[in-house]
Write a new protein. Structure first.
Length: 201
């Protein structure tokens, strides 16, 4: 009695009498797509910002590491920061507002040179595409800062302004000194991958 092969014969595969297998164009495309996804991402990956050692003692123990991220210095600048996303209590694990947006607070502590004269360090909230920017307020180095945030993917920017900007300022006008991305902002949508733009699709 002939032993049964442990390999499952896929319907897209064709076997001849010599035991050679050939695959259909659809199966070949699927294999190529999987191989493309398996290739490590090139240098487009977001850089990991090292922890801000001077303010690590301000970290909240109850906050998950996934809800904590660091702010790194912009090119040619000095300083760092620590940001935490703290969700409001909810019996369902995730608090949302009536609008469907997340109900959470941003806790921010920065380590920066002291501002001089009328200069101010201003914290801003932005989406990864920078299509929405909102001013959070003035931050003082070494002092905790808290503001409500309701976006899922966000970027925190700290700029140095000559004076406090108006409440309706559309974005920063001074130099950016710190920038950090939430963990969720590091995720990429694979629907934009090249394999989904092939003629076969």
């Amino acid at each position: 009695m002939r032993a049964r092969s442990p390999w499952v014969r896929h319907p897209e595969c064709r076997w001849d009498s010599a035991g050679t297998v050939s695959i259909s164009p659809l199966a070949a495309f699927a294999a190529a797509a999987l191989a493309t996804l398996a290739v490590p991402a090139p240098a487009t990956a977001q850089p990991i910002v090292p922890p801000c050692e001077p303010v690590l003692d301000r970290a909240t123990p109850e906050v998950s590491p996934l809800a904590r991220f660091s702010l790194g210095a912009a090119p040619g600048r000095d300083g760092c920061g620590l940001a935490e996303l703290v969700g409001a209590w909810s019996p369902f694990g995730l608090a949302v507002m009536r609008s469907g947006h997340l109900h959470q607070q941003l806790r921010l502590v920065v380590d920066l040179p002291r501002a001089e004269g009328t200069e101010r360090y201003i914290a801003w909230l932005a989406t990864p595409a920078l299509d929405r920017i909102s001013m959070l307020g003035t931050v003082t180095p070494g002092e905790p800062f808290t503001a409500p945030v309701h976006w899922n993917k966000l970027i925190v920017v700290v700029s140095r302004e000559d004076a406090a900007p108006p409440a309706d300022a559309p974005r920063w006008s001074g130099p950016v000194v710190l920038i950090g991305r939430s963990r969720s902002a590091l995720l990429e949508n694979l629907m934009g991958h090249s394999i989904f733009r092939r003629p076969e699709m």
